[in-house]
Design a binder for this molecule. Structure first.
Ligand SMILES: [Zn+2]
Ligand SMILES: [Zn+2]
Length: 341
């Protein structure tokens, strides 16, 4: 089969011909129909985050079941599915406690094992989720990462009806975060970005746009909340600057959930920003299986609209994928490119 693979960090992805995976007894072989190109993939290519090499990236995958192992009864060939990128054991202490993102044996598809930038991907059946006909493959793919992280961030920030919420970054995660916060009954959602197109998109989704190029977003959020700040703030970009702003935007007892990936430090005033407000800074890692199922339901009922997220589809070709990754590295205005087969 054709696969677009990463051989070594710092080099572009390249097309290779590799054997299609042979499904084991508990595995499902999926014909990939859509695979999202994510900022994480740019990190693996650059070596910012380590992937097991060589590797076929692609952790946002939807497709059709091609074949099932002898022990698989939940699926049959032809089923529409999407894939939980976390392959977990289901048996360790973390899996049993319902925190399977910390599974001691966890592997991520497209990073620790081959993913969806290929014609086929093989995965254990327990990580395969049914995808209703109402949800297009490309939407199913982005549900598995950007929407999943957005929902997990909202849950970690304990957003409830009536809360004010600030979303830093109107990319693939932010578009879902705005809609999910509003579905949850957030009183007002402030969307911080610098791209006019993304700010307009945020406004069309019911958020109050905050242009970080035009004014200090912290001062602007304080002004718009009569000085109180927000109950929850989500950092979905991965920049020290926006992490600091996220924390500084909080109200008394506010929660900042950080989901953007960076190794660089940020600083806040412990007294003014944290102690004096009893504010919380919370890390966000991956998602839960239950959150993926909830998202698929929301998308199938039309409550979560992913059409603004998938702004471009590209073919399964190395040049197109590399240029989409280049664009993500430049924080381009493109929200999300999805490989469509
Ligand atoms: Zn992703
Ligand atoms: Zn486990």
């Amino acid at each position: 089969m054709r696969a677009i693979r990463l051989q070594r960090t710092g080099a572009p992805l390249a097309e290779e011909s590799v054997p299609a995976p042979a499904p084991g007894p508990q595995d499902v072989l999926v014909r990939v129909r859509a695979a999202g190109i994510c900022h994480s993939d740019a990190h693996y290519r650059a070596g910012v985050a380590p992937a097991r090499l060589p590797c076929t990236p692609g952790h946002e995958v939807a497709g059709v079941v091609e074949a099932c192992g002898a022990g698989v009864s939940a699926f049959r060939p032809g089923d529409r599915v999407c894939l939980n990128y976390l392959v977990t054991c289901g048996e360790c202490e973390w899996c049993r406690a319902g925190h399977e993102q910390f599974c001691v044996a966890a592997e991520m598809i497209g990073k620790d094992r081959d993913g969806g930038f290929a014609e086929y991907v093989g995965v254990p059946a327990r990580g395969v989720l049914p995808l209703p006909d109402a949800v297009p493959f490309e939407h199913g793919a982005v549900l598995m990462c950007s929407s999943a992280t957005a929902l997990h961030a909202l849950n970690k920030a304990r957003v409830v009806a009536g809360d004010t919420v600030a979303v830093f970054g109107v990319g693939g995660l932010g578009v879902s975060a705005i809609q999910l916060a509003r579905l949850r009954g957030a009183r007002e959602v402030f969307a911080v970005d610098v791209h006019p197109r993304k700010l307009a998109l945020a406004k069309s989704l019911g958020a109050t746009p905050v242009d970080a190029k035009a004014a200090d977003p912290v001062a602007e959020i304080r002004r718009l909340t009569a000085g109180r700040g927000v109950n929850a703030a989500l950092e979905l970009i991965g920049l020290p600057e926006t992490m600091r702003q996220c924390v500084e935007s909080l109200a008394v007892q506010g929660r900042a959930a950080l989901a953007g990936l960076t190794d660089r430090p940020f600083s806040v005033s412990p007294y003014r920003n944290l102690l004096g407000r009893e504010a919380e800074v919370i890390g966000v890692s991956d998602h839960l299986d239950a959150e993926l199922r909830e998202l698929i339901g929301l998308a199938a009922r039309g409550e979560l609209d992913l059409s603004p997220v998938v702004t471009r589809t590209v073919p399964l070709e190395a040049a197109a994928i590399n240029s989409a990754l280049d664009e993500l590295e430049r924080f381009g205005a493109e929200v999300r490119s999805v490989i469509r087969a």
